[in-house]
Design a protein around this ligand. Structure first.
Ligand code: HMG
Ligand code: MG
Length: 300
């Protein structure tokens, strides 16, 4: 028999990961309506936006307005790659900050213009200050399985980076298959190791669904004891600096699978689909997730 948790926390990343790579500008009012609908669907943890360079990621340039326009419900993250991002987030009264670093040096250079070590050195005092003031720190670990530039990543390097974040006092690790190349065996092994090595941190899995392996990888991660998953409504998503990657695994599909397994998420699939319907006309990516197709065909 499979060993499964009774409850799983869904961390909705649609407003951030889902939209950051969208080429067409999405108006702030549509983003806010999307976020509001997701909160109404029972989402209690969400990445709202990023404080990053507007030259690098123009779609996130309205971060302040998005934070100001969102009702504070549950845990709401804003991404920050450096001290400036953390400073802007604090000025906007954000209490949960997500920092992000790639295990792969080449990816990290393309994504945040620093080597992995340089990023970590720069983040050390930033995280210390956030923790001293009682903020929640989530550490997003990119290219934890494969890198679009360096290929297969050694799990030892992933564990070492995660350990470094743990030593800095991070509260959560969100470990990512940035380009959607991991298989269920790799998912199971890495998450089993991380659970064993770092039992005191919240451990979250973040799968992109490029090769339609995300659901199998989630099932493997559940077996490894993971009970937190980053997902994106409508399967939107992708990092602008990770060529070849497509969207995140879809919230509505993951919640449906968990529902059928008797695992509680507190999230309503139909209401997530309603949120997807609100954002769909404003994005260029076609939305073709299993549950959204059923919803559109009035079979939900
Ligand atoms: P840089 O050019 O080296 O930065 O970029 P800099 O420190 O030299 O500053 C250059 C300019 O950017 C300056 O402005 C700074 O003020 C400004 P200027 O004087 O030219 O007008 N700046 C900022 N503005 C706003 N917010 C900031 C900030 N920092 C500097 N925080 C930098 C370095 C990190 C800024 C840049 O590379 C960047 O913004 N990168 C963001 C990349 C990104 O957002 N990637 C997607 C998110 S990660 C992801 O999707 C992966 C994840 O989903 C997990 C997974 O799937 O793997 C999390
Ligand atoms: Mg991602």
């Amino acid at each position: 028999m499979f060993i499964l948790p009774n409850n799983v926390t869904i961390i909705e990343v649609g407003p951030r990961d889902g939209l950051q790579n969208e080429k067409k500008h999405v108006d702030e009012q549509h983003k806010l309506a999307f976020i509001k609908a997701l909160l109404g669907a029972g989402i209690t943890e969400m990445e709202l936006t990023s404080f990053v360079s507007p030259k690098w990621v123009p779609q996130m340039a309205d971060a302040e307005a998005i934070i100001a326009g969102t009702e504070r419900i549950g845990r709401q993250f804003v991404l920050a790659p450096n001290a400036k991002g953390a400073e802007l987030a604090r000025a906007a009264d954000v209490r949960s900050i997500a920092v992000f670093v790639g295990v792969s040096n080449t990816f990290n250079l393309k994504n945040i213009n620093r080597t992995t070590d340089d990023s970590m050195d720069a983040l050390e005092p930033v995280i210390a200050a956030l923790k001293a003031d009682g903020l929640f720190v989530r550490a997003c670990i990119s290219t934890a399985f494969y890198c679009p530039y360096e290929g297969k990543i050694n799990p030892t390097a992933v564990v070492a980076l995660c350990r470094r974040f743990a030593a800095l006092g991070a509260d959560e690790l969100s470990v990512a298959d940035t380009i959607g190349m991991a298989n269920p065996q790799e998912s199971y092994q890495l998450f089993t190791t991380l659970k064993k090595e770092l039992p005191d941190l919240l451990l979250t899995a973040h799968f992109h669904d490029t090769r339609k392996m995300a659901m199998a990888n989630i099932f493997a991660a559940l077996q490894a004891g993971v009970d937190r998953f980053d997902t994106s409504a409508g399967g939107l998503g992708g990092c602008p600096f990770a060529p070849g990657a497509t969207g995140n695994v879809a919230t509505e599909d993951v919640v449906h699978m968990l529902d059928t397994l008797g695992i509680t998420t507190g999230v309503d699939v139909k209401k997530v689909c309603e949120a997807v319907q609100m954002i769909a006309p404003h994005v260029t990516r076609p939305i073709d997730t299993g549950m959204y197709r059923l919803f559109e065909n009035k079979q939900l």
